[in-house]
Design a protein around this ligand. Structure first.
Ligand code: FEO
Length: 392
């Protein structure tokens, strides 16, 4: 894709990554992604905001082929999908200064070995004039790493937000045209990378209230011409209480654990509690992360493998612990053949979760009547807890 004009002297550049299906060797990208950079040309200076993931550097450099001068490369975030091509851009424009937060400078030196003299560090709220274009740098830590900042272009009232408000979507439309599609993708993105930092994001949302923002241009996905759409969603994802929902990530080798989770799910449904089941052998962990954002209770279902939990159950538990969901209750169900420490191992993997642990239901072999009754009792306990929480 070629450079595209947004306003006079404000252009999109970057790369749409239609083929990419995995991010950070972890996160599924069902809709691909994009790495958005922006070229701001003032009457005196020229700034490039962010770069692209290194495999797409040639695309960015071709878009810069007829740009004779860049004075500033603003690096909002040190993660390589935005910063990884800075070195190549610096080779073309050796006098350009890399504009970063102080912490961003340290991280870029560590990650990319950029020479120290190339940097210009900026404080929170500091401004830089390009001539008729005034950039205000707003420090917004933890969207998504500790060094992150955003740029507000005063004259056009555009917020360049990098990861903040982004979504993993590959599209030929520069602007949001299908809000439902973007809501799904942005929620997936929030759940996967922003969810653990909800308190910090809440502070950053509060900080942005002081700016009249007419457009949000993130560095992944499409540009928002209606900023309230994504800002309101972020407010909800950050602050809304969990829902009357139980998420059950489970894995079963020979059907016992599956029978248990299906029985538990039916018992919950009978009691008016919504349930989402995820068979970890085939699940998309991005979907699981999204549901974790809303669930009030998590029930991990696992069979026993070599005296411990199935590795996929351990993985899901580790993931939930890292994402710090809003869930208030947790339990474990599953089966074993002759023994093991599955419950103890899984219970030790959730130090980040501020949850009340409800009595696990573990059975030997295939569940019998007493096991099924125990699952119904667990469903009743969850239903009662949710009722006490007065969930929607
Ligand atoms: Fe898009 Fe945290 O990088």
């Amino acid at each position: 894709m070629n450079r595209r004009k947004i306003r006079d002297g404000v252009q999109w550049l970057g790369a749409v990554d239609w083929e990419r299906r995995l991010f950070d060797s972890l996160i599924p990208l069902p809709d691909g992604t994009s790495y958005n950079a922006y070229l701001l040309e003032g009457t005196e200076k020229v700034a490039l905001l962010d770069t692209v993931d290194p495999p797409k550097a040639a695309t960015l450099l071709s878009q810069l082929a007829d740009v004779p001068r860049i004075d500033y490369i603003v690096s909002h975030h040190a993660e390589q999908d935005h910063s990884g091509s800075i070195g190549m851009v610096l080779e073309k424009y050796p006098d350009a200064k890399v504009v970063v937060t102080p912490r961003g400078k340290d991280m870029l030196i560590d990650a990319l070995a950029i020479r120290e003299e190339a940097f210009l560090t900026v404080g929170d709220g500091e401004q830089l004039s390009l001539g008729g274009k005034t950039l205000t740098f707003i420090h917004t830590p933890w969207v998504h790493w500790p060094e992150t900042m955003v740029t507000y272009l005063e004259e056009e009232r555009i917020l360049f937000s990098c990861d903040f408000f982004g979504s993993h979507i590959a599209a030929s439309d520069l602007y949001v045209t299908d809000e439902c599609r973007v809501e799904e993708a942005a929620k997936r993105y929030f759940a996967e990378i922003m969810a653990p930092f909800r308190p910090q994001i809440e502070k950053n949302l509060e900080k942005l209230k002081g700016y009249d923002i007419q457009m949000i241009a993130p560095s992944h996905g499409q540009i928002y011409e209606r900023p309230a759409f994504i800002v309101d969603l972020y407010k909800e994802w950050v602050s809304a209480p969990p829902k009357n929902l139980v998420v059950i990530p489970y894995v079963s080798m020979h059907g016992s654990t599956e029978t248990m989770v299906k029985h538990l799910a039916a018992a919950l449904e009978e009691r008016g509690v919504r349930v989402e089941l995820f068979d970890l052998a085939v699940t998309d962990i991005g979907k699981l992360a999204m549901v974790l954002l809303d669930a009030c209770t998590v029930v991990v279902g696992s069979c026993t493998v070599l005296a411990g939990p199935h590795p996929l159950a351990a993985y899901a538990t580790l993931l939930a612990n890292a994402l710090k969901p809003k869930a208030r209750f947790l339990s474990i169900v599953g089966s074993y053949g002759w023994g093991g420490r599955m419950v103890e191992t899984l219970s030790g993997m959730i130090p980040n979760l501020k949850v009340e642990v409800l009595d696990p239901v573990i059975c030997k072999g295939f569940p019998r009547e007493t096991d099924l009754k125990a699952l119904e009792d667990l469903a009743a306990a969850i239903s009662q807890k949710h009722a006490q929480e007065q969930l929607a």
